[in-house]
Design a protein around this ligand. Structure first.
Ligand code: ZN
Length: 85
């Protein structure tokens, strides 16, 4: 599956980096200020799609400002909910 290098989230361009996150024991992360998402490079397509939906949810909550109104635990729970289409 071709993996995009950028996508629009809430009308703003977000860059996608597929990188080795093994040393950090992460599947992905999201830097809202830099509009940048990293996803583990060796994820299978199913894992990739799940992580992308999770990180895009964090990005949507961050760009919209909603993440400022909730606890980190609530934001994480919403991101987990977003993993499954
Ligand atoms: Zn998360």
């Amino acid at each position: 599956m071709k993996r995009r290098k950028r996508m629009k989230v809430l009308g703003q361009w977000v860059t996608l980096e597929h990188t080795d996150l093994q040393s950090e024991e992460l599947w992905g992360d999201c830097d809202v200020a830099k509009r940048h998402i990293r996803i583990k490079v060796d994820a299978t397509d199913d894992e990739y799609n799940r992580v992308l939906r999770h990180e895009v949810c964090h990005m949507r909550l961050g760009i919209s400002g909603l993440s400022e109104l909730m606890t980190p635990e609530l934001e994480e729970a919403l991101a987990v909910l977003a993993e499954t289409p």
